[in-house]
Write a protein that binds this ligand. Structure first.
Ligand code: SF4
Ligand code: SF4
Length: 174
């Protein structure tokens, strides 16, 4: 990476206002503990896209493969529920999902590289690269456990099974 690049995110807010933010069961647990909210108050789902870079497992919900994402603010397009539009900051910063902690990077051969779907308006590299690498390694381990739970769910799910059913089932597995 180019060492002349800025060493901090520019806090433009684009990544908090343009996407469905994929979350894992571990993110859900952390956010619920950090905010006191019930998972169903901040989790929703979206159909699994035909192509994607990230590897969160697709879950059979109401008979369709879906990804868990954070809810958006009502009538605000894709603005994350937790984005504070006045300050431009995350209102759950200490409990934010791993995707938010590590965006827009992924690990390749133990080094940080930009994700292909990067949407930052500027290039930057994190000064605290070690923390990003630690978070991405933790994510990899959590994803492995998450996948096991989802595989079990998918092999038994019916068309009637809803997000609430999945959350009840999966969050009891910890
Ligand atoms: S949880 Fe916070 S950091 Fe993540 S998308 Fe929402 S506002 Fe942004
Ligand atoms: S889009 Fe990039 S620069 Fe803007 S807030 Fe997100 S990570 Fe930071």
């Amino acid at each position: 990476m180019n060492s002349n690049l800025p060493t901090a995110c520019m806090r433009c807010g684009r990544c908090c206002t343009s996407f469905g933010v994929c979350i894992t069961l571990f993110d859900i647990k952390r956010i619920a503990e950090g905010t006191g909210l019930k998972p169903i108050e901040f989790v929703t789902f979206t159909p699994e896209p035909p192509e994607r870079e990230r590897t969160e497992p697709a879950i059979l919900l109401e008979g369709k493969y879906s990804l868990l994402i954070l809810k958006w603010k009502p009538k605000k397009g894709r603005v994350c529920k937790f984005y504070d539009e006045n300050s431009g900051l995350c209102s759950i910063y200490n409990s934010r999902p791993t995707l938010c902690r590590t965006y827009p990077f992924k690990l390749k051969n133990n080094r940080l590289v930009d994700v292909k779907s990067r949407a930052c308006p500027v290039l930057w590299i994190p000064e605290e690269a070690k923390q990003y690498i630690t978070d991405l390694e933790t994510y990899k381990k959590e994803l492995k456990k998450y996948k096991k739970i989802v595989d079990f769910w998918n092999s038994n799910a019916t068309e009637k099974d809803t997000l609430e059913d999945f959350l009840r089932f999966a969050l009891n597995k910890y």
